[in-house]
Write a protein that binds this ligand. Structure first.
Ligand code: NAI
Length: 342
């Protein structure tokens, strides 16, 4: 079997613990990977004076795939978030967040299975702000035909590849007729090329209300950057929060699969961290590199472990287990699954 070469960025706080767990589980799933591991964030600053050394970017550009743990970002002072820098420098234009209900994670709704696709590079996140006159500030919302078209194509291609039936564009084109209007028109133009996938749209405020009343009516949601930032967290909350959902940033130059929670300094080094969010991201990564069978087996093992006793789940999701208990249970389930199919 050919070996995959993947850049590994363990990050800070609980990052090294959750990445070690996920690396071990991927090995137990029998996927051959050579990991190129680098320090980023606070640890890289203390060693090299730079939270994101150039060799990290070079490695991602070479390998095209990275798995990243959370990074501590100092508040008020110090370096700016490397997450934004990575997305901008590598032009990772698509933010992908599948949101699915999990066994034994109790929430208001059952059987949620939706995907949030967020444009990652423009909108109000272009950082173009200035003071027009004292007391008046302007923040520019940039929407382009190019970026709106490529993210719409990404959403429809994802729908096609994953056998999804519908893409819903989310906007405020009733008020921002030009900018959100352009985003919506690009979506409608792209939709014409995908006749078998249903395409419709919702105004963002209505969508938020609908999501908390009846989330099961949606399939794939496509949003600009700011709406996507907010709605993807709302959607994560529907299935148990940021500790259980996957996140990926994908572009032509590469893809970074990451945990969306932070570095949790309060529990770092105590074998308490839950690797589930990073593991869910690793499942997306396995799909991305074509390891469909391994992705399916890991996903099935997650469902089995969560449905089993509390000793295999970490405390943040109501269990009694440690990081290593979860890792060992996952590996045992994967090995048993392999033996059963031998
Ligand atoms: P946080 O997500 O690190 O922690 C919030 C709470 O959730 C804490 O009680 C923590 O123990 C718990 N928690 C988080 N992840 C967990 C896991 N996997 N297992 C069990 N419990 C978990 O958010 P906080 O405290 O606001 O941020 C801490 C640091 O992380 C900050 O420096 C922040 O800038 C950074 N951060 C980094 C992110 C990234 O690199 N993607 C994202 C969010 C925050």
């Amino acid at each position: 079997m050919p070996q995959h070469r993947i850049t590994l960025l363990p990050g800070d706080g609980i990052g090294p613990e959750v990445t070690a767990s996920v690396v071990a589980i991927i090995e137990c799933a029998g996927v051959p990977v050579q990991w190129d591991s680098y320090f980023v964030g606070a640890e890289a600053v203390s060693r090299f004076g730079d939270p994101l050394p150039q060799e990290v970017l070079d490695s991602i550009l070479r390998n095209k795939v990275a798995l990243k743990g959370p990074v501590t970002t100092p508040v008020g002072t110090g370096f700016t978030s490397i997450n934004v820098r990575l997305r901008k420098t590598l032009d990772l234009y698509a933010n992908l967040r599948p949101v699915k209900s999990m066994p034994n994670i109790v929430t208001k709704f059952e059987n949620i299975d939706l995907v949030v696709v967020r444009e990652n590079t423009e909108d109000l996140y272009s950082g173009l702000e200035h003071e027009v006159v004292p007391g008046v500030v302007e923040s520019l919302k940039i929407i382009t035909e190019r970026a709106s078209t490529r993210i719409a194509k990404f959403a429809f291609e994802y729908a096609r590849a994953h056998n999804r039936k519908r893409v819903t564009a989310v906007h405020k084109a009733n008020i921002m007729k030009m900018s959100d209007g352009l985003f919506l028109n690009c979506f409608r133009n792209v939709a014409k090329q995908y006749q078998n996938i249903q395409a419709d749209d919702r105004i963002v405020d209505n969508l938020c209300m609908q999501l908390v009343i009846d989330p099961n009516q949606f399939d794939i949601l496509l949003l600009e950057n700011l709406y996507g930032d907010i709605v993807s967290d709302l959607a994560a909350g529907l299935v148990g929060g940021l500790g259980v959902v996957a996140g990926a940033n994908i572009g032509e130059n590469g893809a970074i699969f990451e945990a969306v929670h932070g570095s949790a300094p309060d529990i770092a080094g105590q074998n308490k961290a839950n690797p589930l969010a990073l593991l869910q991201s690793a499942v997306l990564m396995l799909q991305h590199i074509g390891e469909m069978d391994a992705a399916r087996r890991v996903q099935n093992a997650i469902v089995k472990i969560l449905a089993s006793g509390p000793e295999h789940r970490t405390r943040d999701i109501g269990g009694r287990g440690s990081t290593s208990d979860f890792t060992a249970a996952m590996c045992e389930t994967l090995r048993r699954g392999t033996r059963a199919s031998d």
